[in-house]
Design a protein around this ligand. Structure first.
Ligand code: SF4
Length: 425
């Protein structure tokens, strides 16, 4: 299997892009994790992987999206993006996740990539703006991998993403990227309506046949202004996705990303461990893309290094979350985020201004934390890589106390916040 993967990488991608990815993402990415570990030992903090949502606008209206895609367009301008990336690079960072809205709607996106040939960018995109011309420019730049989201069959995609013909446009973008020999990934937010079609060997075989090099299955999180809890996976279905990922990694020549488990299958949250944090379209420094609360911004006057290191809000987020769960705090304990926002006077970073109401309305449910049901990696390569570069860096042994964990599957339903007091006679 490893040989088949190596053969695919060598024969199906542009060699220059492969070398670039191996150096920038592989070697420099590992180095950035190494520096992160050293910082932690000295009691300092800077996340080694930053996600930037460079624009709020999008051409689609996906179910459960938390971004204000219909609000007036706002973006991280070229100068601010360059400054942020430069400051992160000075800390040893080499890899950046670019999100939106739809990142390719940012007029200066390719200029941002061109200004940082020593860094590597993963762009979360619906693929609709990847024409042959765009793909050729990305190939020339050599430091970008598009991660194209596919949310199901034609009918399901149209349902999930708000209009007809979405899948066709996505597949056209995917094909343009593959024709130009880019390193291409496909990601899916797995939910009840697409689990059977996409968490399947048939789909993985099709991706391999098309030339896709990696895939990423993350679970649908019912958050935001129009969340759809009916789409969320049950604990059993989440287990099925995890087992599938572990099996595919050991048997199929395709790379599978997941950001929620260590080598032994223990759950983790990459924001609670400090592995990643997120910069929103207004420049706010948030724990992760779905937690739209902040006290600091990239536009603050002090250097980013000091802002991250001294942010009491983000430090408290990491500790409070890790004290209570190894899973996803917004799914399991949205009340902790309300408490945190109140304690720090955190601002709602959305245009709609309803984040606290939305958090109060979330019905807690289990996330990746399924105690007693950990599924360790079967693949030796993933096991080694995670042991060294993707684990909790001691976060949970320092903070997690099992007695704090409330199992959302057995907890009694929360009282509605606006319930009238019971009058006793
Ligand atoms: S809080 Fe939830 S969505 Fe955010 S990084 Fe952690 S696990 Fe992921």
């Amino acid at each position: 299997m490893y040989l088949r993967m190596a053969k695919r990488l060598l024969l199906e991608t542009d060699k220059r892009l492969l070398c670039k990815a191996s150096w920038t993402l592989g070697v420099k990415g590992l180095l950035s994790v190494h520096k992160h570990k050293r910082r932690l030992k000295r009691g300092e903090f800077f996340p080694p992987f930053l996600y930037l949502s460079v624009i709020n606008s999008c051409n689609l209206r996906c179910q459960g999206c938390w971004v204000d895609v219909a609000a007036k367009q706002h973006r991280i301008e070229l100068e601010a993006a360059n400054k942020t990336i430069n400051e992160a690079k000075q800390m040893g960072n080499a890899f950046f996740g670019i999100l939106g809205g739809e990142p390719f709607m940012h007029k200066d996106l390719l200029e941002i990539f061109a200004a940082h040939r020593d860094a590597y960018f993963q762009v979360f995109t619906n693929g609709h703006f990847i024409t042959d011309e765009v793909a050729a420019r990305l190939r020339k730049l050599g430091n970008v991998t598009p991660l194209i989201s596919v949310e199901g069959s034609e009918i399901i995609s149209d349902q999930r993403r708000g209009r007809a013909g979405v899948l066709n446009d996505t597949m056209a973008g995917l094909e343009a990227a593959l024709r130009n020999k880019l390193m291409v990934g496909v990601c899916t937010s797995v939910c009840k309506t697409n689990i059977d079609d996409l968490v399947s060997e048939k789909w993985i075989d099709r991706l391999i046949e098309m030339g896709v090099m990696y895939c990423w299955f993350h679970i649908y999180r019912p958050v935001g202004p129009e969340s759809n809890p009916d789409l969320a996976l049950t604990s059993e279905q989440q287990r099925r996705v995890r087992q599938f990922v572990v099996d595919i990694r050991a048997t199929k020549p395709i790379i599978v990303i997941d950001a929620y488990h260590d080598d032994a299958g223990n759950a983790l949250c990459p924001a609670a461990t400090g592995f990643t944090h997120h910069v929103g379209p207004w420049g706010d420094l948030e724990p992760c893309p779905v937690i739209q609360l902040a006290t600091e911004s990239i536009h603050d006057q002090r250097p980013l290094k000091d802002t991250f290191n001294n942010s009491e809000f983000l430090r408290d987020f990491r500790e409070l979350t890790a004290q209570h769960t190894r899973g996803c705090v917004i799914m399991e304990r949205p009340d902790l985020l309300v408490e945190l926002a109140e304690r720090h006077g955190a601002r709602d970073t959305t245009a709609r201004g309803t984040v606290i109401e939305e958090l109060n309305a979330v019905s807690p449910r289990r996330s990746q934390f399924q105690p007693g049901d950990e599924i360790p990696e079967r693949s030796l390569v993933y096991r080694w890589a995670k042991k060294y570069a993707f684990n909790d860096f001691g976060t949970y042994s320092r903070h997690f106390d099992t007695s704090n964990w409330k199992d959302p599957d057995t907890a009694p339903p929360a009282e509605p916040k606006n319930a009238l007091p019971v009058v006793t006679k």
